[in-house]
Design a protein around this ligand. Structure first.
Ligand code: KG4
Ligand code: ZN
Length: 356
């Protein structure tokens, strides 16, 4: 790390984590996350209004802790990066408004960054510069996307995404059905270790020959699990929770890894990056390892704390954008000028081309 590399403060509030990270060059100096996940537990999913209120309360203390941990002062910061979308609108607004205020206070440029691109960029903090092009599979409670990353700062193509539930959402809903607390993904992962993944053959959504090759669908799978469990219960039989969890998890991991590896082969790309909270899933990782090794694709998965939403990811992408000759300062000006929220959020989807 060069001592004169720009110091970038990143703010992330797209869902239920208030994340603030500080990066200099390719080095992570601090990464502080305040999560409101417990406030959502009784609803079985993230409630936007509850999340945005929690961001309001957590923002200033989280920024202070991140500055303390990095051993820097706010006035040392050279640029501020903030997640501008996609995400929960009311939650994003808190982050963008706060980031504008910090940028105005220190008179430094503000970069609105794309959340999915930031999930990709964060891996550079752990594994060094990203081989480009690469394929990224981003799987969390809010999104499931396959991206072709030609350049993380300005050329990302969405190959496909979920057409209904996100992968993490499916984990959470199936976990709830099996009586596990929210968020259910880690519980399913743990319980599935004692189960037989071949016990029940659950459907693999959108894998037919005429289906979109890179889109995902998990709601049919979730319904199939619900029906299977219901039928057992009605018949007065015990539900083999570990077997159901393992079989469900296998169906998700199978589809995700098959489509991701196929995307690598079709695009002639030799690096696959997996990010988002579901990347912590042990079966997904094992199957991805195995399938990537079989076709000579290198697999990169950031450590768990960098896979889930955090401020370091916004700072990491911001840092790459600053190094990329400040192309997106314009966006900072747009946001600072108080442009229409929708207009500025759309404008910040730079380097991300939705299909069609
Ligand atoms: O990225 P993240 O922290 O937040 C967003 O949703 O944006 O992802 C949270 C999601 C939840 O749905 C959670 O159940 C899932 O990631 N998750 C897992 C595991 N750990 C977290 N899903 C499966 N297996 C896990 N080990
Ligand atoms: Zn995310």
């Amino acid at each position: 790390m060069r001592a004169d590399s720009p110091l970038v403060l990143g703010i992330e509030t797209s869902c239920d984590e208030t994340g603030v990270g500080i990066v200099r060059g390719g080095a992570l100096l601090s990464d502080v996350v305040s999560s409101s996940v417990e406030a959502h537990a009784r609803f079985g999913g993230v409630v936007p209004e509850v999340a945005s209120r929690a961001h309001l309360e957590a923002m200033v203390p989280t920024v202070s802790r991140a500055l303390d941990q990095a051993g820097v002062r706010l006035r040392d910061v050279d640029a501020i990066a903030v997640t501008a979308g996609p995400g929960l609108t009311s939650a994003l607004l808190v982050g963008v408004a706060d980031a504008k205020a910090y940028a105005l206070a220190v008179d430094k440029p503000l970069y609105g960054v794309n959340h999915l691109a930031a999930h990709v960029a964060v891996d550079c903090l752990e594994h060094g510069p990203l081989p480009e092009p690469c394929i990224a599979l981003l799987v969390s409670g809010g999104h499931s996307s396959l991206l072709l990353v030609e350049s993380v700062t300005d050329d990302i193509t969405a190959l496909g995404a979920t057409i209904d539930d996100a992968a993490g959402e499916a984990f959470d809903k199936v976990a709830r059905l099996l009586g596990m607390p929210f968020p259910g993904g880690p519980h399913i992962d743990r319980v599935a270790r004692d189960g037989d993944a071949g016990a029940v053959s659950f459907p693999r959504g959108l894998t037919g020959p005429r289906d979109a090759p890179y889109d995902f669908s998990f709601s049919g799978l979730k319904t199939a699990v619900a029906r299977w469990v219901e039928t057992r219960r009605r018949a007065g039989q015990d539900v083999p929770v570990a077997d159901v969890a393992a079989s469900f998890q296998e169906a998700v991991a199978d589809v995700l890894t098959a489509k991701a590896v196929r995307a690598c082969r079709t695009a002639g790309v030799d690096t696959l990056l997996i990010g988002g909270g579901v990347a912590a899933n042990s079966r997904l990782r094992a199957l991805a390892d195995q399938r990537c090794a079989a076709v000579g694709v290198r697999l990169r998965v950031p450590r768990a704390s960098l896979c889930t939403d955090n401020g370091a990811m916004a700072a990491a992408l911001g840092s790459l954008l600053v190094a990329d000759d400040g192309r997106q300062v314009l966006i900072g000006l747009l946001l600072l000028a108080g442009a229409e929220q929708e207009e500025s959020v759309t404008a910040t989807y730079l380097g991300y081309s939705p299909r069609g």
